[in-house]
Design a binder for this molecule. Sequence first.
Ligand code: ADE
Length: 230
Amino acid sequence: MGKIAIMGAMPEEIEPIISKLENLKETQYAANTYYEGSYKGQDLVVAYSKIGKVFATLTATSLIEKFDCDTLLFSGVAGAISSELSIGDLIIADGLCQHDLDITAFGHPYGYVPEGEVCIPTDAALRTVAKEVAKDKGLTLVEGIIATGDQFVANPERKAWISETFKAHALEMEGASVAVVCSSLEIPFFILRAISDSADMDASFNFDEFLESSAKISADFILSMVEKIN
Ligand code: ADE
């Protein structure tokens, strides 16, 4: 396997991975830090983008074009939409959409722009690896649509709208950017999130409380996937 990119949005999402890297080398590029190293013999490049779609687009593109990664795995936290998801539970995206992309004034559906697609599918082989890891660990994985937007959702009405409009199971702020970049550059990609909150009135309080523990659940799972991909 060539180099695998592991991306998060926040320091807490990649720290559990960086702490396990051997032969760590830090490179500054495009106003960000990229961590190169190996894990159990597999070369990795790890970075957090900062929050939101624009920063995530820049980091995903850099990991592929500048650091030569040929697979991208995203690890982080998300707000739950589906009532079957509780704090700490894992969801893998089978597809990603942008809930804040809106040119409906021109008769298009929410999340659609010409020559794009509302929902971009993730790599099926990587999802299969994830299911094998979950089976080995005795963990439950939910698989479904993840909705991305430049909003921290802490509002039951917005959450219900995203649920109905996109049939999404969870929401966050970076996944669809990674999907656009990787599908355009033909790089297999995978998005994993552990739930930190339920995108409701308590969301910001729960997010602060569970960011670190949920981010670690996701990061540990990603490292187990790296061993299997290897
Ligand atoms: N990531 C984790 N929780 C979130 C929320 N409620 N809204 C947007 N992104 C999130």
